[in-house]
Design a protein around this ligand. Sequence first.
Ligand code: SF4
Length: 268
Amino acid sequence: MEINTQEVERPEEVIQKTHVQTIPVNGSDHVEKQKLVTGIRKAYIRFRIRLRIFLLAYKGYGSLGKTVKVVKELEQLKMKVFGGNAKRKLVQCDNKFYSHIYIPGFPSKAFDGFVESKLAQFFPMKKKTNPLSFIFFAITSKCPLRCEHCFEWDNLNKKETFSLDELKQVVSRYQEEGIAQFHFSGGEPMVRINDLEHLISSANKKSTFWVLTSGFNVTKENAKRLKIARATGIVVSLDHYDAPMHNAFRGFSILLSGLCRQNRKLKK
Ligand code: SF4
């Protein structure tokens, strides 16, 4: 494939341009820490989650027999995917409970929408549900890394195709269609930290928002900005426990050691 070199930036240029200014966002700067839920409380929350699923099914089908059948099938699917005896964590953050990265926090509209779309895959509901539970949205083609496994090398670091307003329109359009979860990727989405912050803070909070990143530009300050904008979380790719091996694979020298340092600071 031929690339127009006029429009392609070198990775070093992307790094230089990623020096960002902090832009104040609306909302409190209080950041709640996540807590692991255990014991009786965990059992109680799990019971509430089951009850909510049952009620959503009953509301959607209007028949007790069908509700029991569909909920049973959902349980069987869960057993197949996660295994019968699997011990799964339950984490509380911002008054919501999370058991899996691809399941929105409970209780929330996003959780309800996700459950209804899953139930409707077994039996269609009367109300309209969206068969897509989540979308991956590549918000930029910029990336300063050179990962060995990347299948986007030929398309990286070209001129951006979406302005911030266009990104907002896309998110809003998918929200109208009932998408419960957005996973922002790229390129490297943290290259557009200012736009990400505005995109998430201005979106309707009926969905959850994750940022999938290599760790580039993940500083304590930027993580806090995303949190205040009400991002659900970030997912950082780690390819090796040994920092030099990880960095060699990613083609970027300070990534893993920088993240580990950040982690130590956050723990203090
Ligand atoms: S971080 Fe992602 S987009 Fe960038 S080089 Fe690696 S795999 Fe490709």
